[in-house]
Design a protein around this ligand. Structure first.
Ligand code: ZN
Ligand code: ZN
Ligand code: ZN
Length: 92
């Protein structure tokens, strides 16, 4: 029995089953490349390898990919410095 609350367990359940070595399907944002649009930064979907653009980009294709597929976790490209869970709205 511990007096303090061991409540440091806010880890994202979606992060458990991810393949961080997943291969990006495209070099740039898949939708932006098709439409000749420009993006600011890229996000890699860790479920399927979709590459979409960030929320600072016009296309918002990373967020749109989550809305359309329900794939919750993305990783920043190309530096892979952080991951974000759309479902939990938190960094992982
Ligand atoms: Zn999550
Ligand atoms: Zn895009
Ligand atoms: Zn995906």
């Amino acid at each position: 029995m511990t007096a303090f609350n061991d409540d440091d367990n806010k880890s994202c359940i979606h992060a458990n089953n991810l393949d961080e070595g997943i291969q990006p399907r495209t070099q740039g944002c898949e939708e932006c490349e098709k439409e000749g649009m420009h993006w600011v930064a890229l996000r890699l979907c860790l479920e399927c390898g979709h590459v979409g653009c960030c929320d600072s980009s016009v296309g918002l294709h990373g967020t749109r990919h989550y809305r359309e597929t329900g794939h919750p976790v993305i990783m920043a490209l190309p530096d892979k410095s952080w991951k974000w869970c759309y479902a939990d709205k938190s960094y992982i």
